[in-house]
Design a protein. Structure first.
Length: 139
């Protein structure tokens, strides 16, 4: 292979990796994430195991199957999404969900559904990364 073709292949591989890599994969700031949790999430979500508020506990959310949080009654839209496309929460899904909850649930359900979190949208990418970093500490 010529040098220019190798360079082109390497550039394409790097570009593909950058496009495929979610922006939130960069480490967020745990302290800022805790602060954001307190202002955006705490009124509805506990961070203690099996402690439900309006929404489910966010303790050990990563790896948890959708719709299985203890002591939680889920909305019809949430149940529809979990049944249509069962999934376990990971960083990418939490990131997408907290950016636009109703849009995410509609996508997962395959039909228009609402989310109890429709009023809460965390548009700033860095703030979402910080919240995810904080949630990852809850094990």
């Amino acid at each position: 292979m010529t040098r220019s073709i190798k360079g082109l292949i390497a550039s394409a591989a790097i570009a593909g990796f950058m496009i495929a890599s979610p922006a939130f994969a960069a480490d967020g700031d745990v302290a800022k994430g805790e602060k954001a949790y307190k202002t955006k999430c705490k009124s509805c979500h506990s961070i203690k195991a099996n402690v439900k508020r309006v929404g489910p506990s966010l303790f050990a959310i990563f790896g948890r199957k959708c719709g299985t949080a203890a002591k939680t009654r889920f909305s019809k839209g949430y149940k529809a999404a979990c049944e249509a496309k069962p999934f376990a929460w990971d960083e990418a899904l939490v990131n997408e969900y907290i950016e636009a909850p109703a849009k995410f649930m509609t996508k997962m359900a395959g039909k228009k559904v609402s989310s109890p979190m429709r009023a809460v949208k965390i548009k700033k990418e860095k703030r979402r990364a910080n919240i995810i970093a904080f949630l990852k500490t809850l094990k």
